[in-house]
Design a protein around this ligand. Structure first.
Ligand SMILES: Cc1ncc(COP(=O)(O)O)c(C=O)c1O
Length: 367
């Protein structure tokens, strides 16, 4: 039997009774957007993060976009970020009219390299936006030092890192604000789209709440120009239910990752590196690096192992963002790593037998 890279039906089938009862509760409530499920989810997320306030929104992209707008980022401003991220990080910045400025990533974590930030700071820079890619915390201790030195805001893209911590504190609370996604494949995924903004800055979260609902302070009274980015009640209900399981799911992800690390022995395959003891990954993805990706993925296919590439190109190498391209010599690690990354199956419903099939296939590569 093939090992699928991911299979969302397994989660539903495993918990069908619980999920169906959430759906029934919400559908029979008569309230389908921004109601009591969203209110409760905001309170429960705030308590989980130990954050002052949370605003739910329509997606992780909107969490970033509305946060940037709420912080006053607009046309001509510069936002320092990374090029090896998922497209929506860059889409959210561009939708405000601001320009992303790319710094390199560190060769071990593949997250923002704090040493490269100052090279890119100009008088137009407003924000530093690190991405906790694959669930790996970026080096926030150093990033916030640079941000403070230059008076810059820090927005953390936590779409892939629900549950990741540094020194016991959740990522997203190291900077000014954290943005998460509840896209189905995420660690805390719903069964549709959703996102949230969390922060100790209550006023900022209030502003996002206005922006997500036509800029209204109360019904039919817009005090700012907003949009519609309401999270629906069904998704809020599903994510509330997921919050009851998230620690157990993240633990299973971590156990599978540790089994891969202990059991994969192949000099042609580079495993994710150990972090300092203070940082804990959320293990959203298990990403290995290989020099001949075509040969490696062919081998996985021959052994019926699903895989994915996160991501095949740096964002500025995609047609829509070519105008942002920078000279590759400025981003040596981003440029050299992008052709080497391969994500192996990693989700809580993976069976032990499947985990060992993946290990066997990876170990036999090149032999
Ligand atoms: C790093 C990163 N940022 C932002 C997003 C956007 O989230 P969403 O798909 O919920 O809009 C994603 C999700 O795919 C992501 O992986």
């Amino acid at each position: 039997m093939p090992v699928p890279f991911n299979d969302m039906t397994r989660k539903y089938l495993r918990y069908a009774d619980e999920i169906d009862s959430v759906a029934k509760r919400v559908l029979s409530s008569g309230r389908y957007t921004l109601g009591s499920e969203n209110d409760s989810l905001e309170a429960e997320l705030a308590s989980y993060y130990n954050a002052t306030a949370v605003a739910t929104v329509g997606s992780g992209t909107d969490a970033l976009f509305l946060t940037l707008i709420a912080l006053g980022v607009g046309v001509g401003d510069e936002v320092i970020t990374v090029a090896n991220t998922c497209t929506p990080t860059i889409a959210a910045i561009r939708l405000t009219g601001a320009n992303p400025v790319f710094v390199d990533v560190d060769s071990e974590r593949l997250t923002m390299n704090p040493e490269d930030i100052e090279r890119c700071v100009t008088e137009k820079t407003k924000v530093i936006l690190p991405v906790h890619l694959y669930g790996t915390p970026a080096n926030m201790e150093k990033i916030i030092v640079v941000a403070k030195k230059h008076g810059l805001l820090v927005i953390e893209d936590c779409a892939q890192s629900f549950g990741a911590t540094i020194a016991g504190r959740h990522v997203g609370l190291w900077g000014d604000v954290g943005c998460v996604s509840f896209y189905p494949t995420k660690n805390l995924g719903g069964f549709g789209d959703g996102g949230a903004v969390f922060s100790d800055n209550q006023a900022l979260v209030e502003k996002v709440r206005q922006l997500r609902m036509y800029g209204e302070i109360h019904r039919y009274e817009s005090i700012t120009e907003g949009t519609n980015s309401r999270m629906d009640e069904l998704q809020a209900g599903f994510v509330r239910w997921g919050l009851l399981h998230i620690d157990e799911w993240n633990k299973t992800r971590s156990d599978i990752a540790q089994t891969y690390i202990k059991s994969i022995h192949n000099a042609l395959v580079q495993l994710p590196v150990d972090l300092d003891t203070e940082s804990h990954r959320a293990w959203h993805l298990f990403v290995v690096r290989v020099s001949d990706r075509t040969a490696f993925t062919r081998h996985l296919e021959e052994n019926c192992i699903g895989y994915a590439i996160h991501y095949p190109k740096l964002v500025y190498d995609q047609p829509a963002y070519e105008f942002l391209r920078v000279d590759s010599e400025h981003l040596p690690v981003s440029t050299s790593s992008v052709g080497t990354v391969v994500s192996l199956p990693l989700y809580p419903e993976l069976t032990e037998e499947e985990v060992y099939k993946v290990i066997e296939a990876v170990n036999s590569y090149g032999k």
